[in-house]
Design a binder for this molecule. Structure first.
Ligand code: GLU
Length: 278
């Protein structure tokens, strides 16, 4: 039997226009699949309630087309809520989720550890009875989960073999107050459902993978390989962001810039003035 076909994906959230960093990320995922005859998927991560806008999602296809990429569309996250509910029910039945009513400010005040995604939840609600009539989130009991799975490893094409350390992020939220999912649960389930074999995304999401690997073990999902690529940085060394006014791909496209030339430059590591890769 030969190696399984490589399947990569680009999974933007339609809460703003794409910028150069997204183009860089999409090109990497596209080329990794193309170079070995694999498939490149576009998944719209649109579960962020009112922040998700369909007009941005439409723009994304035009942007990728302008860059000369070819992709397959897969189902947007908003159409997959049932699968998230089902997985969460399973984790609840296994006693691995607990409800939490703490506010952000309470967590900040009580946390004794800062993890890669901010204050690590100190477990306050794990040890008290919660009235489920109050608005609440559901958190993953990482210690109980790890006890069930034992030590786990994962592999990144660039960073090498990793030991899963979900405890560094703590008991993350798996079900939000307003939604039967969170990024961690939805992305992990979707990657499995879409048959993604190489999860390609920016290094800023590296630490999330510790949680995703744990979820895969708990839910019996296939384990892909990861490729966390370097990020494009602005002049102050910050990653490019939708919110910090770096010109969007749509702006560049509408201003008449050549998408194919831009894609060639990004592939060659030639970045516009003031932008570096790190
Ligand atoms: N939707 C996420 C974002 O736009 C990407 C998630 C992922 O690639 O796993 O930042």
């Amino acid at each position: 039997m030969g190696r399984p076909m490589t399947v990569t994906r680009f999974a933007p959230s339609p809460n703003g226009s794409l910028h150069l960093g997204h183009a860089f990320s999409a090109i990497i995922a596209h080329d990794l699949a193309r170079d070995c005859g694999g498939r490149f998927l576009l998944r719209i991560e649109d579960i962020d309630g009112p922040r998700s806008r369909p007009e941005f999602a439409r723009q994304f296809s035009e942007d990728l087309d302008w860059l000369g990429l070819e992709w397959e569309d897969v189902q947007a996250q908003s159409t997959r809520l049932e699968s998230y509910v089902e997985a969460a029910e399973r984790l609840k039945r296994d006693g691995l989720l607990y409800p939490c009513i703490c506010t952000r400010a309470e967590i900040k005040a009580a946390a004794t550890q800062i993890g890669p995604e901010g204050p690590v939840y100190p477990g306050t609600c794990k040890y008290r009875a919660i009235d489920l009539a109050q608005p609440h989130v559901w958190r993953l009991d990482v210690a109980a989960a790890l006890q069930k799975t034992g030590p786990l490893g994962w592999s990144d094409e660039l960073a090498g073999e990793q030991q899963a350390q979900p405890e560094t992020l703590g008991d993350v939220v798996l079900l939000r107050k307003d939604l039967p999912a969170s990024y961690h649960l939805a992305a992990t389930l979707d990657d499995a459902a879409d048959g993604v074999t190489l999860v390609t995304r920016g290094r800023d999401l590296f630490s999330s993978t510790h949680i995703h690997r744990l979820l895969q073990a708990l839910l019996g999902l296939p384990v892909p390989t990861w490729h966390h690529h370097p990020l494009l940085l602005d002049q102050s060394g910050e990653k490019l962001a939708k919110t910090r006014g770096s010109p969007s791909l749509a702006d560049r496209r509408l201003a008449g810039e050549e998408g194919l030339a831009l894609a060639a430059d990004l592939r060659a590591g030639c970045f516009p003035a003031g932008i570096s890769c790190g």
